[in-house]
Design a protein around this ligand. Structure first.
Ligand SMILES: [Zn+2]
Ligand SMILES: [Zn+2]
Length: 346
């Protein structure tokens, strides 16, 4: 199954020459203490006439100061950055893109499904009216009043971390870049977000994986009101397509570098397979709200009763993604009752 013959005997997580890792801190993370992701790993890749920067970090002075210092230590100036490639719109990846674009004059590239104009509307609407439409949506999935009340303070003000910025190169699918970026390809990997891309350095056989494949954490696959579709189905397809990629080194945006891409993909596919079966089991006793399904499945963060409201919300998004995928497979169906959405086995 694996196609990594080119790497045999040379598997190492050391960065090859011309590739640099930047460890960008995640200060005042509004996701709170529940987040285990203390920093974002951005990467500089040497290209013709300068560097491409992959991901940018949180929009905060502490992160920017750290970026300035790390660039200085490497002897690289902002104006050496010719391209800024953002894997997806999440605030820890896109946050500083506008500032870096301004300072460097580099071209910003993102997938069309991640463009700030579209995505910012979601964060703005959360900030303006966190207790209205979004709470209604959560309530329909079964979230109770106490958990709903605990949420708005954690969510308001998210938009300030995502200032609008023009995008110079719009990626529309898996495609090879041109000009100075000719050694890099964008690999469209929807799932974690609709327009997530990994960046593949086909000469060095390196995959810059963003949040698509992480070595230990299972990437968050969420069905949210502004995303829709079948994100888990997309994710499983994206992982499956990647199993045979010729990759010697994976450089993710969190945790650490690793070499066994196909092995990690197999683990992630198995995780979702087990979770899908678990969700089916919880519905064997009768129809349930998505939030009730959440309470019945096992979570790595511990017993449901002890999970924070924020993490419960994240769990709800993930459970909805599993329920939606089961619906698309014809195994589960939903129905409305008294304004709420229930799920049952078909
Ligand atoms: Zn992300
Ligand atoms: Zn991330």
């Amino acid at each position: 199954m694996r196609n990594q013959s080119v790497c045999v005997g040379t598997e190492t997580t050391e960065l090859p020459s011309g590739v640099y890792q930047l460890k960008l801190p995640f200060p005042k993370n509004p996701m709170g203490a529940g987040s285990s992701l203390g920093y974002v790993l951005a990467y500089l890749v040497e290209i013709e006439g300068g560097f491409a920067l992959i991901d940018t970090g949180w929009n905060d002075k502490v992160t920017l100061d750290s970026l300035v210092k790390q660039l200085g230590d490497l002897g690289i100036g902002f104006t050496d950055i010719r391209y800024v490639l953002v894997t997806h719109h999440h605030l820890d990846h896109l946050g500083l893109a506008g500032e870096i674009r301004k300072r460097s004059g580099g071209k910003l590239a993102m997938h069309s499904l991640e463009l700030p104009g579209t995505i910012k509307d979601f964060y703005t609407s959360l900030s303006v009216a966190p207790s209205d439409w979004f709470s209604d949506w959560l309530w329909r999935q079964g979230m109770g009043e106490a958990d709903l009340k605990a949420l708005p303070s954690a969510q308001s003000g998210m938009d300030k971390f995502l200032p609008p910025t023009p995008v110079d190169i719009v990626i529309n699918g898996s495609e090879t870049f041109r000009d100075g970026l000719a050694d890099l390809e964008a690999v469209w990997t929807p799932g974690h977000s609709p327009g997530h891309v990994c960046i593949y350095d086909w000469k060095r056989k390196i995959l810059f994986a963003g949040d698509h494949v992480l070595p230990r954490i299972t990437p968050h696959i969420a069905l949210q009101p502004h995303v829709g579709g079948n994100p888990l189905g997309d994710y499983i397809d994206s992982l499956t397509k990647m199993e045979k990629m010729d990759v010697c080194l994976v450089l993710p945006a969190h945790e650490q570098a690793f070499t066994d891409l196909s092995g990690r993909i197999a683990e992630l596919l198995e995780h979702h397979h087990v979770r899908l079966n678990e969700v089916i089991s919880t519905l064997e006793s009768g129809h349930k709200l998505a939030y009730e399904v959440c309470a019945d499945v096992t979570w790595g963060s511990g017993a449901w009763a002890k999970i924070s409201p924020w993490d419960r919300q994240m769990s709800l998004f993930e459970t909805l993604a599993h329920l939606e995928h089961l619906q698309s497979q014809g195994k589960v169906e939903s129905f409305e009752e008294k304004g709420r959405t229930y799920y049952r086995l078909k």
